[in-house]
Design a protein around this ligand. Structure first.
Ligand SMILES: NC(=O)c1ccc[n+]([C@@H]2O[C@H](COP(=O)([O-])OP(=O)(O)OC[C@H]3O[C@@H](n4cnc5c(N)ncnc54)[C@H](O)[C@@H]3O)[C@@H](O)[C@H]2O)c1
Length: 327
């Protein structure tokens, strides 16, 4: 019996595959490589290059590998792109997500862990954000994830599929082998470190007049090792008969963009040039999780919560892989 990891060649998915392999769990990866890297997938893991919406392929993988559960990372995840080309996002994240679920349910799979996001909450009306906070996304990307949460509930009701939707805040950091390499890169920490490495001239700071102590936006950064631990615990929870749940994953601590840059300067010992740009529409000033529910339901206990540890791990990976996976 194996676990199907979709998007297992992406940033978080490949770290999950690494963790599952280390735990001795049989795992199979499905990724179309439109955004991922074949080199990020641990050696010896069965890999299928294809779309999650290819029901024939998913059915044959389920049969061949006796799939018992699925961790679904595969998605397009650029907020800006989702605003300019929404149809791409609804097709990839929702239509293909539905096709995947159809193939899995037909094949008898009843356990599903889903990569959701704090973007499903939209502009927060209170901080920290708990799971009861209203969900009103401010962009198509967030909507695709919220729609998938609703689709999953309908599959619980209709077919007894049990799921855990994990609403991540900002994934960051690296393991020894797995790091962040997106093209283009929109995340703050890899962009800051690209400047430290001399690969970029400056880092853009979008807005410095937010109602925060230093005027820059505050986010909750969570190490990918801690994120992946939560997925393992979520699988265990479902195997023990746990009912469908939605859980926030964050460190419950917010750091401003300026604090991230200052910490990166300290960790790298390099000068990091900054350019202040206009704020991006729909970017909330502050996003900080209340992750108490994940801690109590899953027994999750994030270990790498402090910003310096997160940035140091990413810095080590970027120094060892200055071209990312392209070498
Ligand atoms: N990175 C974050 O901070 C963050 C925060 C919240 C939620 N998430 C969610 O976590 C998941 C993983 O994020 P990531 O940063 O690792 O992204 P990523 O782009 O690095 O990985 C996604 C992977 O999915 C693959 N993929 C996309 N569509 C596919 C399809 N239709 N069929 C097969 N493969 C497909 C891509 O090739 C890529 O390898 C995504 O669902 C994202 O929405 C990420």
């Amino acid at each position: 019996m194996s676990i199907l990891v979709t998007g297992g060649a992406g940033y978080i998915g490949s770290a999950m595959v690494e963790k599952l392999v280390a735990a001795g769990a049989p795992v199979v990866v499905l990724d179309d490589l439109r955004r991922g890297h074949r080199a990020a997938v641990a050696g010896g893991v069965p890999f299928y290059r294809g779309r999650v919406g290819d029901t024939e392929l998913v059915r044959s993988i389920c049969k061949e590998h006796e799939i018992e559960s699925c961790i679904h990372f595969a998605a397009l995840a650029y907020v800006g792109e989702s605003v300019t080309v929404p149809q791409l996002y609804f097709e990839n994240n929702v239509a293909q997500g539905l096709a995947l679920l159809d193939a899995l349910v037909t094949a008898g799979v009843r356990r599903f862990v889903f990569s959701s996001t704090c973007a499903t909450y939209g502009e927060p009306i209170r901080i920290p954000i708990d799971e009861q906070h209203p969900q009103c996304p401010t962009n198509p990307y967030g909507w695709t994830k919220l729609i998938m949460e609703k689709v999953l509930q309908a599959h619980t009701d209709a077919f007894g599929l049990e799921f855990v939707a994990l609403r991540y805040f900002n994934a960051a950091g690296a393991t020894e082998k797995i790091g962040e390499h997106h093209e283009p890169e929109t995340h703050l920490i890899p962009n800051v470190l690209a400047v430290a490495l001399g690969r970029k001239e400056y880092v853009s700071v979008f807005g410095n007049r937010y109602p925060t102590p230093d005027g820059t936006a505050i986010r909750d950064y969570i190490h990918i090792g801690d994120l992946c631990d939560a997925h393992l615990l979520a699988l265990e929870y479902l195997r023990n008969g746990g009912a469908s749940e939605r859980l926030n994953l964050g460190n419950e601590r917010g750091y401003s963009v300026q604090e991230v840059i200052a910490t990166a300067r300290q960790v790298t010992g390099r000068k990091i040039e900054v350019r202040i740009e206009p704020p991006r529409p729909g970017d909330p000033s502050r996003l900080v999780a209340d992750a108490g529910k994940a801690r109590s339901i899953l027994g999750w206990n994030p270990e790498y919560g402090d910003l310096e540890t997160i940035i140091r791990s990413a810095w080590e990976w970027h120094q060892a892989h200055p071209e990312g996976y392209d070498q």
